[in-house]
Design a protein around this ligand. Structure first.
Ligand code: COA
Length: 263
Protein backbone atom coordinates (compact mmCIF):
# COMPACT_ATOMS: atom_id res chain seq x y z
CA UNK A 1 0.00 0.00 0.00
CA UNK A 2 1.40 3.45 0.91
CA UNK A 3 2.08 5.20 4.22
CA UNK A 4 -0.53 7.82 3.33
CA UNK A 5 -3.32 5.44 2.33
CA UNK A 6 -4.55 3.05 5.01
CA UNK A 7 -6.98 0.14 4.73
CA UNK A 8 -8.89 -0.89 7.85
CA UNK A 9 -11.51 -3.57 8.30
CA UNK A 10 -14.40 -3.60 10.81
CA UNK A 11 -16.36 -6.75 10.08
CA UNK A 12 -18.10 -6.15 6.75
CA UNK A 13 -17.14 -2.47 6.58
CA UNK A 14 -13.87 -1.66 4.84
CA UNK A 15 -12.42 1.74 5.54
CA UNK A 16 -9.97 3.53 3.23
CA UNK A 17 -8.25 6.43 4.98
CA UNK A 18 -6.32 9.28 3.33
CA UNK A 19 -3.66 10.01 5.90
CA UNK A 20 -1.33 12.88 5.03
CA UNK A 21 -2.62 15.51 7.43
CA UNK A 22 0.50 17.71 7.42
CA UNK A 23 -0.12 18.37 3.70
CA UNK A 24 -3.89 18.59 4.19
CA UNK A 25 -4.27 15.16 2.52
CA UNK A 26 -3.05 16.54 -0.81
CA UNK A 27 -2.94 13.54 -3.14
CA UNK A 28 0.24 12.75 -5.11
CA UNK A 29 0.60 10.07 -7.76
CA UNK A 30 1.87 7.40 -5.33
CA UNK A 31 -1.18 8.00 -3.13
CA UNK A 32 -3.46 7.85 -6.14
CA UNK A 33 -2.00 4.50 -7.16
CA UNK A 34 -2.39 3.29 -3.56
CA UNK A 35 -6.04 4.36 -3.59
CA UNK A 36 -6.50 2.19 -6.68
CA UNK A 37 -4.88 -0.75 -4.91
CA UNK A 38 -6.98 -0.13 -1.79
CA UNK A 39 -10.34 -0.14 -3.59
CA UNK A 40 -9.34 -3.26 -5.53
CA UNK A 41 -8.30 -4.99 -2.30
CA UNK A 42 -11.48 -3.87 -0.51
CA UNK A 43 -13.64 -5.40 -3.22
CA UNK A 44 -11.76 -8.70 -3.03
CA UNK A 45 -12.01 -9.15 0.75
CA UNK A 46 -14.37 -12.00 1.56
CA UNK A 47 -17.47 -10.75 3.38
CA UNK A 48 -16.86 -7.07 2.56
CA UNK A 49 -20.14 -5.19 2.05
CA UNK A 50 -19.54 -1.42 2.20
CA UNK A 51 -16.52 0.86 1.78
CA UNK A 52 -16.08 4.05 3.79
CA UNK A 53 -13.62 6.64 2.46
CA UNK A 54 -12.42 9.36 4.82
CA UNK A 55 -9.46 11.60 5.60
CA UNK A 56 -7.48 12.32 8.76
CA UNK A 57 -6.61 15.71 10.22
CA UNK A 58 -8.40 18.97 9.52
CA UNK A 59 -10.07 17.97 6.26
CA UNK A 60 -10.93 15.24 3.78
CA UNK A 61 -8.48 16.43 1.09
CA UNK A 62 -7.02 19.65 -0.36
CA UNK A 63 -6.94 17.98 -3.77
CA UNK A 64 -4.09 17.10 -6.06
CA UNK A 65 -0.60 17.65 -4.68
CA UNK A 66 0.30 20.82 -6.52
CA UNK A 67 4.01 20.14 -5.97
CA UNK A 68 3.49 16.75 -7.62
CA UNK A 69 3.33 18.44 -11.03
CA UNK A 70 7.06 18.98 -10.61
CA UNK A 71 7.53 15.19 -10.56
CA UNK A 72 5.28 14.57 -13.56
CA UNK A 73 8.28 14.54 -15.91
CA UNK A 74 9.71 11.53 -14.08
CA UNK A 75 6.40 9.71 -14.19
CA UNK A 76 5.08 10.63 -17.62
CA UNK A 77 8.19 11.79 -19.57
CA UNK A 78 9.83 15.18 -20.17
CA UNK A 79 7.25 16.25 -22.75
CA UNK A 80 4.27 15.50 -20.50
CA UNK A 81 2.76 18.95 -20.96
CA UNK A 82 2.54 18.46 -24.74
CA UNK A 83 0.42 15.34 -24.30
CA UNK A 84 -1.32 15.11 -20.94
CA UNK A 85 -3.72 12.38 -22.07
CA UNK A 86 -1.72 9.56 -20.39
CA UNK A 87 -1.58 11.50 -17.11
CA UNK A 88 -5.27 12.44 -17.16
CA UNK A 89 -6.31 8.91 -18.07
CA UNK A 90 -4.16 7.40 -15.32
CA UNK A 91 -5.93 9.54 -12.72
CA UNK A 92 -9.36 9.03 -14.32
CA UNK A 93 -8.92 5.25 -14.34
CA UNK A 94 -8.33 5.14 -10.61
CA UNK A 95 -11.22 7.44 -9.73
CA UNK A 96 -13.40 5.32 -12.05
CA UNK A 97 -12.55 2.29 -9.92
CA UNK A 98 -14.44 3.88 -7.02
CA UNK A 99 -17.50 4.38 -9.19
CA UNK A 100 -17.23 0.90 -10.72
CA UNK A 101 -16.53 -0.94 -7.46
CA UNK A 102 -19.18 -3.61 -6.91
CA UNK A 103 -19.48 -2.50 -3.28
CA UNK A 104 -21.23 0.74 -2.35
CA UNK A 105 -18.75 3.47 -1.35
CA UNK A 106 -19.61 6.17 1.19
CA UNK A 107 -17.38 9.27 1.34
CA UNK A 108 -17.20 10.94 4.76
CA UNK A 109 -16.24 14.57 4.26
CA UNK A 110 -15.04 17.09 6.81
CA UNK A 111 -13.12 20.36 6.83
CA UNK A 112 -12.48 20.77 3.11
CA UNK A 113 -13.06 18.64 0.04
CA UNK A 114 -11.37 20.34 -2.88
CA UNK A 115 -10.23 19.59 -6.41
CA UNK A 116 -9.17 15.98 -6.81
CA UNK A 117 -10.58 15.24 -3.32
CA UNK A 118 -13.98 16.43 -4.55
CA UNK A 119 -13.62 14.45 -7.78
CA UNK A 120 -12.96 11.33 -5.75
CA UNK A 121 -15.95 12.05 -3.51
CA UNK A 122 -18.17 12.60 -6.56
CA UNK A 123 -17.28 9.12 -7.84
CA UNK A 124 -18.53 7.59 -4.58
CA UNK A 125 -22.15 6.48 -4.17
CA UNK A 126 -22.92 8.58 -1.09
CA UNK A 127 -21.41 11.68 0.45
CA UNK A 128 -21.98 12.56 4.09
CA UNK A 129 -20.46 15.87 5.14
CA UNK A 130 -19.75 17.37 8.52
CA UNK A 131 -21.33 20.78 9.04
CA UNK A 132 -18.95 23.52 7.92
CA UNK A 133 -17.15 21.41 5.32
CA UNK A 134 -16.09 23.46 2.28
CA UNK A 135 -16.62 21.70 -1.03
CA UNK A 136 -15.29 22.97 -4.32
CA UNK A 137 -13.54 22.47 -7.63
CA UNK A 138 -11.08 25.41 -7.69
CA UNK A 139 -9.18 24.24 -10.79
CA UNK A 140 -10.22 27.24 -12.95
CA UNK A 141 -8.38 29.43 -10.42
CA UNK A 142 -5.26 27.50 -11.40
CA UNK A 143 -5.85 27.81 -15.14
CA UNK A 144 -7.15 24.26 -15.67
CA UNK A 145 -10.44 22.33 -15.31
CA UNK A 146 -11.49 19.37 -13.14
CA UNK A 147 -10.42 16.59 -15.52
CA UNK A 148 -10.63 13.54 -13.26
CA UNK A 149 -14.37 13.18 -13.74
CA UNK A 150 -15.31 16.17 -11.59
CA UNK A 151 -16.77 18.27 -14.39
CA UNK A 152 -18.82 15.37 -15.74
CA UNK A 153 -19.98 13.96 -12.41
CA UNK A 154 -20.87 17.32 -10.86
CA UNK A 155 -22.95 18.23 -13.93
CA UNK A 156 -24.64 14.82 -13.70
CA UNK A 157 -25.45 15.40 -10.04
CA UNK A 158 -26.64 19.02 -10.03
CA UNK A 159 -27.26 19.94 -13.69
CA UNK A 160 -25.31 22.29 -15.93
CA UNK A 161 -26.23 25.63 -14.32
CA UNK A 162 -25.15 24.67 -10.78
CA UNK A 163 -22.08 22.84 -12.11
CA UNK A 164 -21.04 25.97 -14.02
CA UNK A 165 -21.66 28.09 -10.94
CA UNK A 166 -19.06 26.08 -9.03
CA UNK A 167 -16.59 25.22 -11.79
CA UNK A 168 -16.45 28.51 -13.71
CA UNK A 169 -15.95 30.53 -10.52
CA UNK A 170 -13.81 27.98 -8.65
CA UNK A 171 -15.91 28.90 -5.61
CA UNK A 172 -16.38 26.60 -2.61
CA UNK A 173 -19.74 26.07 -0.95
CA UNK A 174 -20.41 24.79 2.53
CA UNK A 175 -21.93 21.43 3.38
CA UNK A 176 -25.37 22.90 4.11
CA UNK A 177 -25.69 24.36 0.63
CA UNK A 178 -24.14 21.22 -0.86
CA UNK A 179 -26.91 19.23 0.82
CA UNK A 180 -29.57 21.58 -0.62
CA UNK A 181 -28.06 21.16 -4.08
CA UNK A 182 -27.94 17.37 -3.75
CA UNK A 183 -24.15 17.11 -3.79
CA UNK A 184 -24.10 15.60 -0.32
CA UNK A 185 -26.74 13.18 0.91
CA UNK A 186 -26.65 14.45 4.45
CA UNK A 187 -24.96 17.23 6.41
CA UNK A 188 -24.27 16.06 9.97
CA UNK A 189 -22.71 17.39 13.18
CA UNK A 190 -18.91 16.84 12.93
CA UNK A 191 -18.77 14.47 15.90
CA UNK A 192 -21.43 12.25 14.33
CA UNK A 193 -19.80 11.84 10.91
CA UNK A 194 -18.32 8.38 11.39
CA UNK A 195 -21.28 6.95 13.30
CA UNK A 196 -23.73 8.27 10.67
CA UNK A 197 -21.56 6.69 7.98
CA UNK A 198 -21.58 3.39 9.83
CA UNK A 199 -25.34 3.63 10.37
CA UNK A 200 -25.89 4.14 6.63
CA UNK A 201 -23.56 1.20 5.93
CA UNK A 202 -25.56 -0.95 8.38
CA UNK A 203 -28.80 -0.02 6.64
CA UNK A 204 -27.37 -0.90 3.22
CA UNK A 205 -26.11 -4.21 4.64
CA UNK A 206 -29.69 -5.18 5.49
CA UNK A 207 -30.41 -5.27 1.75
CA UNK A 208 -29.24 -8.13 -0.46
CA UNK A 209 -25.62 -7.66 -1.63
CA UNK A 210 -26.18 -8.63 -5.27
CA UNK A 211 -29.26 -6.39 -5.51
CA UNK A 212 -27.26 -3.47 -4.07
CA UNK A 213 -24.45 -4.07 -6.53
CA UNK A 214 -26.70 -4.37 -9.59
CA UNK A 215 -28.77 -1.33 -8.57
CA UNK A 216 -25.54 0.69 -8.35
CA UNK A 217 -24.50 -0.44 -11.83
CA UNK A 218 -27.89 0.38 -13.34
CA UNK A 219 -28.01 3.88 -11.82
CA UNK A 220 -24.41 4.60 -12.85
CA UNK A 221 -25.14 3.30 -16.34
CA UNK A 222 -27.87 5.89 -16.91
CA UNK A 223 -25.28 8.54 -17.83
CA UNK A 224 -22.55 8.44 -20.44
CA UNK A 225 -19.67 9.36 -18.14
CA UNK A 226 -17.12 8.10 -20.66
CA UNK A 227 -17.87 10.84 -23.17
CA UNK A 228 -17.51 13.46 -20.44
CA UNK A 229 -14.15 12.01 -19.38
CA UNK A 230 -12.88 12.22 -22.97
CA UNK A 231 -13.99 15.85 -23.24
CA UNK A 232 -12.32 16.68 -19.92
CA UNK A 233 -9.06 15.12 -21.15
CA UNK A 234 -9.26 17.05 -24.44
CA UNK A 235 -9.79 20.36 -22.63
CA UNK A 236 -7.01 19.71 -20.13
CA UNK A 237 -4.60 18.85 -22.92
CA UNK A 238 -5.09 22.39 -24.24
CA UNK A 239 -4.91 24.06 -20.85
CA UNK A 240 -1.87 22.38 -19.31
CA UNK A 241 0.39 23.89 -22.00
CA UNK A 242 -0.68 27.45 -21.25
CA UNK A 243 1.32 30.12 -19.49
CA UNK A 244 -1.72 30.68 -17.28
CA UNK A 245 -1.48 27.17 -15.83
CA UNK A 246 2.24 27.60 -15.15
CA UNK A 247 1.54 30.71 -13.08
CA UNK A 248 -1.81 29.56 -11.65
CA UNK A 249 -0.49 26.61 -9.65
CA UNK A 250 2.32 28.74 -8.25
CA UNK A 251 -0.15 31.47 -7.30
CA UNK A 252 -2.31 28.95 -5.44
CA UNK A 253 0.63 27.61 -3.44
CA UNK A 254 1.92 31.07 -2.55
CA UNK A 255 -1.64 32.34 -1.91
CA UNK A 256 -1.10 35.25 -4.32
CA UNK A 257 -3.62 36.37 -6.95
CA UNK A 258 -2.69 35.07 -10.41
CA UNK A 259 -2.11 37.51 -13.28
CA UNK A 260 -3.90 35.86 -16.20
CA UNK A 261 -2.50 36.34 -19.70
CA UNK A 262 -5.16 34.40 -21.59
CA UNK A 263 -2.51 32.26 -23.28
N1 COA B 1 -0.80 20.51 -2.77
C1 COA B 1 0.36 20.51 -2.11
N2 COA B 1 0.50 20.96 -0.85
C2 COA B 1 -0.61 21.44 -0.24
C3 COA B 1 -1.87 21.47 -0.87
C4 COA B 1 -1.94 20.97 -2.20
N3 COA B 1 -3.09 20.91 -2.86
N4 COA B 1 -2.77 21.99 0.00
C5 COA B 1 -2.11 22.27 1.13
N5 COA B 1 -0.80 21.94 0.99
C6 COA B 1 0.28 22.07 1.95
C7 COA B 1 0.74 23.52 2.07
O1 COA B 1 1.67 23.85 1.05
C8 COA B 1 1.35 23.49 3.45
O2 COA B 1 2.63 22.90 3.38
P1 COA B 1 3.86 23.41 4.32
O3 COA B 1 3.40 23.17 5.73
O4 COA B 1 5.01 22.55 3.90
O5 COA B 1 4.02 24.86 3.99
C9 COA B 1 0.45 22.53 4.24
O6 COA B 1 -0.19 21.74 3.24
C10 COA B 1 -0.61 23.25 5.03
O7 COA B 1 -1.34 24.11 4.16
P2 COA B 1 -2.03 25.46 4.65
O8 COA B 1 -2.54 26.17 3.44
O9 COA B 1 -1.11 26.19 5.57
O10 COA B 1 -3.23 24.83 5.52
P3 COA B 1 -4.57 25.55 5.99
O11 COA B 1 -5.14 24.64 7.00
O12 COA B 1 -4.35 26.98 6.34
O13 COA B 1 -5.52 25.55 4.68
C11 COA B 1 -6.53 24.55 2.74
C12 COA B 1 -6.02 24.32 4.17
C13 COA B 1 -6.93 23.19 2.17
C14 COA B 1 -7.76 25.48 2.76
C15 COA B 1 -5.41 25.19 1.88
O14 COA B 1 -4.21 24.44 2.10
C16 COA B 1 -5.66 25.22 0.40
O15 COA B 1 -6.44 26.04 -0.07
N6 COA B 1 -4.95 24.36 -0.36
C17 COA B 1 -5.00 24.35 -1.82
C18 COA B 1 -6.30 23.76 -2.33
C19 COA B 1 -6.24 23.65 -3.83
O16 COA B 1 -6.26 24.62 -4.54
N7 COA B 1 -6.14 22.43 -4.31
C20 COA B 1 -5.90 22.14 -5.70
C21 COA B 1 -7.15 22.08 -6.43
S1 COA B 1 -6.88 21.76 -8.12
Amino acid sequence: MNEHIVLNRRDSIIEIVINRPDKRNAINWAMMAALGTAITDAERLAGARVVLLRGTGTGFSAGIDLLGFQDAAGQFGEGWRDNVFPLTQAYQNIVNQFERCSLPVIALLHGYCLGLGMELALACDFRLAAEGTKLGLPEARLGIIPDVGGTTRLARLVGPARAKELILTGRSIDAGKAEQWGIVNECVPPDDLLTRGEALAAEIMQAAPLAVSYAKRVINGLTDVERGLQLEAWAQNQLMRTEDFATGAQAMLTKQPAEWKGR
